[in-house]
Design a protein around this ligand. Structure first.
Ligand code: C2E
Ligand code: MG
Ligand code: MG
Length: 641
């Protein structure tokens, strides 16, 4: 045999190996997957035909002349098609706003179409090749045209990759050029040494390169569970959204994972994650499974019937105890369902909507299912608008401070003020602080907002020194993110001093949950505060799960009893007794006690009798603007005189 087909055989083996890996990694599917698969198909067919025709040409069998000609036509067709497919593939690698702009483009397709006509009419014209009666293969006068067309596409890919360097990104750009270089060298070798059939080998090397880099199916796979990652979720969901292909989502959050890791060890936590992937995969064998966060999974379902079925299967699995390492243990989860994922504009919106659903259910010891509906979607859109507006408000400092008076049961007068943040949205009205503060905490904006607000409070007091004569102190709420931010508490103290205000005029409120959870940071903050005489107040006592031992070690001077403790107090003697017990215990420990949320005369009389030192509640006043609070303080002052 004259021709060396070893390279073709080697190339074919490469491609078949890749085909095996790509097809066994069925979870690979994403936007570039289809076209890559197609590229590979064309590559394999091309090499196979090259191999068979090379052998037939070598053997020169006159009886197989017709077959050889037919196979050569097919080979030429593929050789014309491949460069165009490659061009199209490189176009799909460009990302504009996270989308791939590639569509079959007519103009670049033209040279390929003309050449196809040339190939199809070759039998009559013999312009590209001829097969003589003896079975001898002869090149036609235009045989170089296919090389020229390939060169044209190579140049086009090269130029477009330079123009769209940014959209491609450095990695894709380099891979494209490496591909062109590898195949280019192989084609040049074949052109110089006709018996070295290197073109097909170059092709397979190029495809191997794509497989190892851009189209690596293992690149976005979680090594622990084998599920796909968040980026693949975004790509796949966006791809379906763009093509308006229906899909539904089922999400699962293992909100107790952290606790399980701490209590039962990381190995058990890992087992739980692996088991979760298995449950989702078995419930939905035809859809992909994603692990989009440490304790968060999704699976995609493509019909509504299947959605209901998968949903109940997942729910059943988590309502029963799971068997991990031979032991049966209960692991409650929150399951969320979002139908018609294609109706959302962006895949990221779907993820944030799922987050919204996950966080909208109370985390009990039981597995809960929350399905998106019109109401939850409305709540989500509201939160999204608040989130957007929060950025504007932060830039333009649109927040306001309201002050709620705190009254002494002894003197009956206002002795303190609690500063509370307000945010007014032009269409939505006042946004509840719990909502915008929760969002600001999530987006790491709370420390900035608090500092803005604290400066506003200091300015207010500086401009109205009489307020400082009428009350003993101003209380401000402190978020966990503020405690954790290095230097933040020092900044607060410096701000007081910059405005010429004495630190002992301020008290910072920390909720019992925060005090328990972030006690170490709170100790450090307390040191800074105590140095200058800033007070600390334990807020919302009785609302969460305080670790009393930790909390009582902290230097609080005031404890605010949560308004929930007042519920039913006037009708249920046991509730009143309990309240009195807490007040007595707190007083005995040396704290000053504030009753929060007093709304009626009855409640006022009762809590006064139960021994609280101060009262804050709507019975006296709702939080008021700066101007209104000044008016209230002045009128009280007049009455006193
Ligand atoms: P909080 O610190 O416990 O503040 C008391 C909340 O109870 C205020 O709600 C107040 O309006 C409300 N309240 C007072 N008396 C009554 C009453 O008699 N009945 C009822 N139903 N409610 C009463 P607001 O202003 O909506 O604030 C809610 C929470 O948002 C605050 O709870 C506080 O945790 C947080 N917050 C508000 N402003 C800020 C701020 O600037 N920074 C931080 N970190 N948190 C803030
Ligand atoms: Mg408070
Ligand atoms: Mg409170």
């Amino acid at each position: 045999m004259q021709t060396n087909v070893n390279f073709l055989v080697a190339g074919l083996i490469f491609l078949l190996l890749i085909l095996y890996h790509v097809s066994t990694q069925r979870r690979l599917s994403h936007s570039g997957h289809g076209i890559f698969f197609f590229c590979m198909g064309v590559g394999i067919a091309d090499i196979l035909l090259d191999l068979v025709t090379a052998i037939l040409i070598d053997f020169r069998i006159p009886a197989l002349r017709g077959l050889l000609e037919l196979l050569l036509v097919l080979l030429y067709l593929l050789q014309v098609l491949f460069p165009y497919i490659l061009f199209f593939y490189t176009e799909t690698l460009r990302q504009v706003d996270g989308r791939t702009p590639a569509k079959f483009q007519v103009l670049p397709m033209l040279p390929a179409c003309v050449l196809w006509l040339l190939v199809l009419s070759n039998h009559w014209t013999g312009l590209l090749f001829q097969v003589a009666e003896t079975g001898l293969y002869l090149r036609g006068p235009l045989y170089l045209v296919t090389y020229c067309a390939a060169l044209f596409y190579v140049a086009l890919i090269g130029v477009r990759s330079l123009i769209h360097y940014r959209q491609l990104g450095k990695r894709n750009f380099l891979v494209i050029w490496q591909f062109l270089l590898i195949t280019g060298v192989c084609v040049a070798i074949q052109a110089a040494r006709n018996d070295f059939l290197m073109t097909g080998f170059g092709l397979s090397l190029g495809i191997t390169l794509l497989f190892l880099t851009i189209n690596n199916p293992y690149d976005h796979t979680d090594s622990l569970t084998g599920a796909l990652d968040a980026q693949r979720f975004r790509e796949l969901a966006q791809n379906r959204i763009d093509r308006k292909k229906p899909f539904h989502l089922l999400g699962l959050k293992l909100y107790q994972l952290e606790h399980i890791n701490n209590a039962m060890g990381m190995a058990t936590g890992n087992q739980l994650l692996v088991e979760t992937e298995r449950i989702l995969r078995e419930a939905n064998p035809y859809g992909p499974v994603f692990r989009t966060g440490g304790n968060q999974f999704f699976t995609m379902v493509f019909s509504l019937d299947k959605y209901e079925q998968v949903c109940s299967q997942i729910r059943d699995a988590y309502e029963a105890p799971l068997s991990l390492g031979g032991e049966k243990v209960e692991f409650p989860a929150v399951i969320c369902g979002i139908r018609d994922g294609e109706s959302y504009r962006k895949s990221d919106v779907l993820l944030t909507y799922a987050d919204h659903l996950f966080s909208s259910v109370p985390k009990t010891a039981e597995t809960v299912l929350i399905q998106g509906n019109e109401e939850t979607l409305k709540g989500f859109r509201y939160a999204q608008e608040v989130e957007r507006f929060l950025n504007v408000a932060l830039k333009e400092d649109l927040f306001q401070v309201y002050y709620q008076p705190v009254y002494s049961t002894e003197t009956g007068g206002c002795v303190s003020l609690e500063a509370l943040s307000r945010l007014y949205h032009p269409h939505l009205g006042f946004v509840p602080p719990e909502v915008f503060i929760g969002i600001a905490e999530k987006n790491d904006q709370i420390a900035k907002i608090s500092l803005l607000q604290f400066r506003r409070i200091c300015r207010f007091l500086q401009e109205h020194p009489e307020a400082m004569e009428l009350v003993q102190n101003v209380k401000c709420n402190l978020s966990p993110a503020e405690l954790l931010k290095p230097g933040h508490c020092r900044k607060l103290v410096d701000t007081m001093k910059e405005h010429g205000l004495h630190p002992s005029f301020f008290q910072f409120e920390v909720t019992e949950t925060v005090a328990t959870r972030y006690s170490d940071s709170l100790y450090q903050a307390a040191e800074i505060f105590m140095e200058d005489g800033v007070g600390l107040c334990l807020d919302d006592f009785g609302s969460g799960y305080a670790n009393l031992n930790t909390v009582l070690q902290l230097p609080f001077s005031v404890v605010k009893l949560d308004k929930s403790l007042l519920s039913g107090i006037c009708d249920t003697p046991k509730v009143a007794l309990f309240y009195r017990g807490i007040v007595a215990a707190m007083e005995a420990l040396g704290y000053r006690v504030v009753a929060e949320g007093v709304e009626t005369r009855e409640e006022l009389d009762l809590v006064t009798r139960l021994g609280v030192a101060m009262i804050q509640g709507y019975y006296f006043s709702k939080p008021l603007s700066g101007e209104e609070i000044l008016k209230l303080l002045r009128s009280q002052n007049k009455e006193d005189q």
